[in-house]
Ligand binder design. Sequence first.
Ligand SMILES: Cc1cc2nc3c(=O)[nH]c(=O)nc-3n(C[C@H](O)[C@H](O)[C@H](O)COP(=O)(O)OP(=O)(O)OC[C@H]3O[C@@H](n4cnc5c(N)ncnc54)[C@H](O)[C@@H]3O)c2cc1C
Length: 387
Amino acid sequence: MAERLARLLRWRCVVIDKREHIGGNAHDAFDSAGVLVHSYGPHYFRTNSARIIDYLSQFTAWHPVEYSIKSRTAGRYWSFPVNLNTYEEMVGHPATEEEFAAYLERVREPIERPANSEEVMLASIGRELYERFFEGYTLKHWKRHPRELDASVCGRIPVRLNRDNRYLSESFQALPRDGYTAMFGSMLQASAPTRFLPGMPLEEARRHFTWKHLIYSGPIDSYFGECHGRLPWRSLRFEPESFTAAKLRNDASADGPAGFWQPAMQVNYPDRDIPFTRIVEIKHATGQRIDATTIVREYPADYEETGEPYYPIPAPDAKRQYRLYRELAEREENTTFIGRLATYRYYNMDQIVGMALKKADDLVARFGGGGNKVRSENEEVRRKKLR
Ligand SMILES: Cc1cc2nc3c(=O)[nH]c(=O)nc-3n(C[C@H](O)[C@H](O)[C@H](O)COP(=O)(O)OP(=O)(O)OC[C@H]3O[C@@H](n4cnc5c(N)ncnc54)[C@H](O)[C@@H]3O)c2cc1C
């Protein structure tokens, strides 16, 4: 938003974050082993939107990735998301798409309009696959049974009849070549004279600045002093472990190809008696060439445990409570509420970028007078520079 508004409206912007760095949850950094890790859980960038790719490509080159994930349960690795390979691993012999389709036809439960995450999976893959890969994982992650969660939570994970092992389906799947922090750094540079003030909570900024417009991307409930109660948030605890080449060679639990600890970028652990949900070894995706590697175990946690509101809970009761805050937000003058925390909804990064571009367009139309003209002139200058 600051980049758009500084360039299109010539606004003097100040970006603040109570954390000590730019990039929000997409922040990445080199750890003590020299491995580039995503500080707040793995961030797999993907999108179908040409506008979003074009916009971000001004600030970064890309490293194309096929995000690979597996599931580990019953003492072995499984192909995931569920596809023909998973079916073969389950039945223990080669099979065809037709046989897998016939199996699904047999085991699917006849639920006409699935109303929650359990129903959507039972209607799609039947009980055995649902219980093996989804039920325990979802319960651990959300601390709520899939029955109590919106259908979209499990429903957005693809199920394929073919052998397509790719985790995601979007046409563009890539990471910023030099990392997210570098990408945001170059965005900030392009936003001059915008300043970034790290370690600055909004509450403190109110004491130092006045402004004609605020773009707020923090939690909506804390903006309003939790006057309608704290919204339910789900959190995570990250436990990294680094391996030098020698430590990796000597680790009996290492299962990965040379230089890696595990066989895929992400391995899910759906069993309830294992306290973490997944182990991520992001080097598989970043393509970094380095002998060392780092894995991160992800433990689901209550918000109260970490103070980090990572996930809004996608359930009807939470949505009802959020609506009370949205009504307050709609009455708040000169303030734009944007992003995952301020709109209390699970969004991927590309959707957030799309939302920001749209909101910036709205502000340009409102404050810019000849905003569209200013914009097209700026775009033209930038295109020339890129050329
Ligand atoms: C574990 C995890 C994995 C994810 N994986 C993916 C993925 O693979 N692909 C994908 O596309 N998306 C992923 N996401 C989603 C992605 O993180 C979000 O879409 C994106 O970060 C949202 O951007 P945002 O600016 O809305 O919020 P955030 O990135 O959350 O940034 C909000 C910032 O506001 C700051 N803040 C909050 N309150 C205040 C305050 N009062 N004062 C000052 N600063 C404040 C916070 O410190 C934070 O840095 C993942 C999210 C999580 C939590």
